[in-house]
Design a protein around this ligand. Sequence first.
Ligand SMILES: Nc1ncnc2c1ncn2[C@@H]1O[C@H](COP(=O)(O)OP(=O)(O)OP(=O)(O)O)[C@@H](O)[C@H]1O
Ligand SMILES: O=c1ccn([C@@H]2O[C@H](COP(=O)(O)O)[C@@H](O)[C@H]2O)c(=O)[nH]1
Length: 238
Amino acid sequence: MTTPAYKRVLLKLSGEALMGDDAYGINRATIERMVADVAEVTQLGVELAIVIGGGNIFRGVAPGAQGMDRATADYMGMLATVMNSLALADAMRQAGLTARVMSAIAIEQVVEPYVRPKALQYLEEGKVVVFAAGTGNPFFTTDTAAALRGSEIGAQIVLKATKVDGVYTADPKKDPAATRYSTITFDEAISKHLQVMDATAFALCRDQKLPIKVFSIVKPGALKRVVLGEDEGTLVHV
Ligand SMILES: Nc1ncnc2c1ncn2[C@@H]1O[C@H](COP(=O)(O)OP(=O)(O)OP(=O)(O)O)[C@@H](O)[C@H]1O
Ligand SMILES: O=c1ccn([C@@H]2O[C@H](COP(=O)(O)O)[C@@H](O)[C@H]2O)c(=O)[nH]1
């Protein structure tokens, strides 16, 4: 079966997963593997937009940010996502893909600003669009940026590619007895305070009836299986 289940998707890539086994930063082999996964999906003809987190870089500067004004620290976090977005786009270019980075914060010498019609045009042209700098606002996360941009571009699903292979009854990294849901409703995920994604992102997707698939970016071939509609990860739905 090689017919994708979706025409347009928003892929949320974990920033922390980019570290691979390193303490922080971008692990070269890891980013190349992620790009190979992305390439497999674009070859299926799926229109792909990406939001990438900033945890891998922000974690490295976090001790210095202690006691800082929250909004200032958040702007630093958003700039970290710009660095990841540029690295990802460059790795995609090296792999023969055409990518465009669009930033929610104006830094026009570095990256073009986010303009929705332009993003839609790029997607229709088959280019991969990377949305950088989150929502552009402090007090939010890149999960919420993924929900927001996914809604704006009319994606059929948000694919949250992270370090765990789905939504569990509790954080599987802390509770070995936690069990994985194959599906869960937004209301249940919110009421149970499941921390795999923030509640703002869940609520926005719920209101927009935009499903989310949570799956492992570390598991080989998982992204392609998700896009083909195969049984992988956890579906969060209305
Ligand atoms: N109920 C749960 N089910 C699954 N994972 C959970 C749960 N509760 C907490 N987690 C944790 O949430 C993490 C994923 O969310 P998080 O937003 O922290 O990471 P990310 O989006 O992958 O990283 P980044 O912020 O760098 O983009 C998982 O690595 C997992 O340890
Ligand atoms: O819309 C946004 C998105 C992100 N931030 C800040 O950036 C960091 C990194 O993002 P992650 O989603 O955690 O990977 C985040 O912790 C915020 O500090 C933001 O302020 N607004």
